[in-house]
Design a protein around this ligand. Sequence first.
Ligand code: COA
Length: 501
Amino acid sequence: MQFADQYSIVTDQITDLSKLTLEHSTIDTSLYAKYDVKRGLRDLDGHGVLTGLTEISEVWGRQKDENGEEHEVDGILRYRGYDIQDLIMGHPANDNFAFEEATYLLLFGELPNAQQFAEFKELLAKYRALPTNFVRDIIMKAPSRDMMNTLARSVLTLYSYDHRDDDTSIDNVLRQCLELIALFPQLAVYGYQTYKYYHDGDSFFIHAPKAEYSAAENILHMLRADSQFTKAEARALDVALVLHAEHGGGNNSTFTTHVVTSSGTDTYSAIAAALGSLKGPKHGGANIKNVQMFEDIKANVKDWTSDEEISAYLLKILNKEAFDGAGLIYGIGHAIYTKSDPRAQMLKSAVRALAEEKGRLDEYELRERVARLAPDVIASKRHMYKNICANVDFYSGFAYEMLGLPVELFTPLFACARISGWSAHRLEELINAGKIIRPAYMNICEHQEYIPMDNREITREDIKRQVKKEFFNLVDEREAERDKSRKELRDKVKDKIKERL
Ligand SMILES: CC(C)(COP(=O)(O)OP(=O)(O)OC[C@H]1O[C@@H](n2cnc3c(N)ncnc32)[C@H](O)[C@@H]1OP(=O)(O)O)[C@@H](O)C(=O)NCCC(=O)NCCS
């Protein structure tokens, strides 16, 4: 048996122990209401608990009118006060550096003039250099199936190459953040190339990044064997990077950045933690799940134009009877947005154009049906206190797929963008020297008196487990003996043959 197989086995002993963990860790849900616990740091109407102030961005799904009454609105996202739509539409369409412009804005709080922007792009190009042999020594070692884990490992290892690793002064942290922003596309793409080589036996190639390329262009250049891409492809990816670059201080991975930064730790540890958060299927991992879910829907819904059949299948997904059994319709819903997610709205038109170009309009229309029907299906089964809509991940995975980007890179691409937002928030947390983030958890466990080992009860279950263990040990011993005597017999036969020949 391979080590990995043995290491990954959940034995009966582990299953029994996990039953104990479950028994002693399951909390009566009514207690949350009793003690007014803000689960998920949200109040009962879904509003986030106010835990900080930020100047980096704002996200709205509801707004108050002049009478103080709150209404659901089309989603609003602003970076440093600028509407996301203006940032994308305002940037020249034939230039694929909108993400770099947004990054400058997020980090420094104002739009760069031509001179400042040229210098900033040069700085990023300079930082696009990995330590010598980093690909061979780190990325190619023990390749993971998940590029987010590979990315996090690379980030953590960069600490060892930094002579000012633990220095949390603002200029040093800014330097570290700029390096990470510049390096993320390489770390992600090279991690993927390694994975393809080891897991799929594909040819291995490493294209060095080009100084004159933007992040979007470099991703396409490094990913493709022939390095070719069109302006339109780079533009679509550039827009996707801008849309994913930042999303307020409360989103799970950015809040993680605040929490971990507030302990005073180094940049690499804080960003690795944020990557771990982003990987989750309820957060950045939803774009992969969404594409997989659509494969499942396409295979199981016969008539893609039938609202009834689609709704019935969505209900099955929600009831954990179909797809991955998690009960989630991926790409739908958001903690803040209600009527619409502005990022999804911006991507949607690009996705429609791509679908038309690639002859996949029927799939686009199926998606539109799911986006329309899913909120009602969810509302029929879950307690809703607001409208929900398709979120950015409903369209990003499909867009990446049509651009020929591999599914393994969907969430890492999100990370290549969000590193800009995480960086801005880490700096903001440090600059404002916040207190260590340390909310409260109420203990509801009864106090116990310590019982010496000899006085503890041995249960029937313990005895059964012990007997079972002894039985299986005996079976193992017998099997080992049998294998040994078979081997001895085989050796004897071999010797006999040798004698006679
Ligand atoms: C994003 C998400 C985690 C937000 O969760 P949330 O803030 O709890 O959302 P809401 O408060 O509006 O949800 C109310 C209820 O509907 C459920 N719900 C919301 N969206 C859902 C979805 N897409 N599928 C199934 N159930 C969903 C929630 O789990 C919650 O149920 P509960 O009270 O039994 O826990 C949630 O919508 C989700 O899991 N979506 C699917 C994953 C996804 O697309 N993530 C990417 C986000 S950009």
